[in-house]
Write a protein that binds this ligand. Sequence first.
Ligand SMILES: [Zn+2]
Length: 559
Amino acid sequence: MNFNHYFTNEEIEAHLNEWVRAYPNLAALSTIGSSFEGRPIWLLTLTNLATGQAADKPAMWIDGNIHATELAGATAALYVSNQLITGYGQDEQVTRLLDTSTFYIVPRINPDGAGLALAANPKFIRSGVRPYPWEDKQEGLHDQDIDGDGKITQMRIVDPNGDWKVSPLDPRLMAKREPDEQGGVYYRLLPEGLLEDYDGYIIRDPRPLQGLDFNRNFPYEWKPENEQFGSGPYPASEPEINALVGFVTKNLNVNIVLTFHTFSRVLLRPYSTRGDDTMNLDDLWVFKKMGARGTEISGYRNVSTFHDFTYNPKKVTYGAFDDWMYDHLGAYSFTVELWDLPTEAGVKDRKFIEWWRDHPHEQDLQILKWIDEHGEPDSYLPWHSFDHPQLGPVELGGWNALYSWRNPPHAFMEAEAAKHMKWILFLAEMLPRLQLHTLDVQAFGTDTYRINVVVENTGYLPTFTSQQSKARQAVRPVRAELTLPEGVEILSGKRRVELGFLEGRSNKSDTATVYGFSPTDNRVRVEWVLRAPVGSSVKLEILSERAGSLHKEIKLGIE
Ligand SMILES: [Zn+2]
C-alpha cells in the first residue's frame, strides 16, 4: 500500500474491506453511523480475536480527518492500521499489544467534507456540508475555483490602499506593506472566488455557507454560536459527532485517544478552555509523561492547547473532542497536528500562533525555496492575469495550500505518519490490563469447595484510567460475579462482589522517593466457599469497563 497518497472515500472503503478479508482474526469492519449525506463512517476494530473479544480488552481510539481538508489524518490512521495488521506475528510488541488490547480506528470522520476537498473541482470547507447557521449564502467573497484549473489559489488586485506589495526578495512572493510605506504599487490579497451580492464597491469576508466546525460540537463546555463559531445548534447535533459520541459512551473500554489533524507538528492535550493549574495533578503528570515520550519519538512539541495553542487567551475554543473525552470520560486524549511546512523548510522554534501575526519576511522566502525544491509543481503558482466576471482584471496565483500548508506534499506523507508509530505503541503499553494472578480451588470432603481468586492490573494506568474518570464516576469499580448451576449453594461470600479500583504504576508521583515503597495496590483477592455436587461447572467473571474482562469456567471436584 502506498501511503504517499490521499485516499478517496471509495479507496478507504476498498482497503478496509480488503484487510478484513485477508485478516479475519485481526480486523473487523463496522460503521459508527452515517454522515449528513448518508456516507458510512467506517470503524476498523483491530485485536486478535483468538485471545478474546474486542469489548473484553482495554482499548485505544484513533481517528482522523474530522476537518474536511485535513486529509493527512485519514492517511495517518490507515498507515497505523496497516502497521498493526502487518506487524502481527512479525513484531513482538505489535503482536503482544494486539493479543491484549483493542484499537478502534476511524480513518475519516468526515467523508462528506473530505470528498469535496478531493474532488476534481475542489471545495474547501471547515467540516460538514450542511449549511449553517443560515441556509443562504451571505454577501461577500466565497472561495471557488474560478479559472477551472482544479485549484483554489489566491487573487491579487492592485489597490492604492492595499496592505500587500510584491516582495523585494522574490517577485513571486507577496510581502506586507509597512505602516509608514507610501508611493508604491500595493495589492489586496484575496482567496480565489466569486462574490455574492456584489455592489461594485464592497468586498466582505462573509460567514461561509457551510459554517460548521465538528470539533466544536462536542458536549464539553459546548457554547452557542455567539461564543463559539460553528458549534452547531446543540451538543452532538451533527450526525458525524452524534455517531462518535454514541460509540465511545457505549464502548467504555477506551482509555487513550489520539485524533489526527493538520497542521503545526504539535501534540495538543487538554484543556483548551483552562490552564494546567485547574487540572488534577496525577493526571497532569501522566499527560506530561505521555507527551514527553511523543516529543522524544517524533520531535513534535507537546503542549496544552490553552497555554500554547490559543489565538487569544481571552477567546478559547469550546466543545473539542479531546477536551470532552478527557473531561467527561477521563480518557487521556491528544490531538496530533500533523506536518508543518515552515518547520520542514527549516524555520526553527516558531511560535505556533504568534508566527502568523508576525515573522521575518525572509522566512517566507525560505519556505518558498523549500517548495521550489521539494514541493509539488503546482504548490505555488505564478501570478497570471485573469478576467474576473465581477471584479474585472485581477491576477491569480500564489499559494495552492492543499498539499503544501494544509497537508504534506504527497512524497512526504508516509514519513510524517511513520513518526508516530512508536509513540502509539508506547501509549498502548500503558493501558490498564486485568489478569488472573491466582485461581485455586480447594476441596473439603466431597461436596465443599473454597475458591480463592487473586486478580491484578498489570498495566501502567489504573483500572479507572484517570483521576478525572473516577471523579466523574465515569467508570465502575472492578466486579467479580459467579454464575452457579442448579444445586450449587454459596456457603460463604456473595455471588456478586465489588472489588473496587485497582491502581497501576502511574499515580505514584506524589509519594515517590529514591528508596521507594511499592504496595500491591494493583491486586485484589476474593474468596468463596461453595457446596456443590462433584463435576459442577461454575462460571467466574471479573468485569472491568476499562481494563478488560475475564471469563472462566471452573469444574468443581475434577483435577
Ligand atoms: Zn483540524
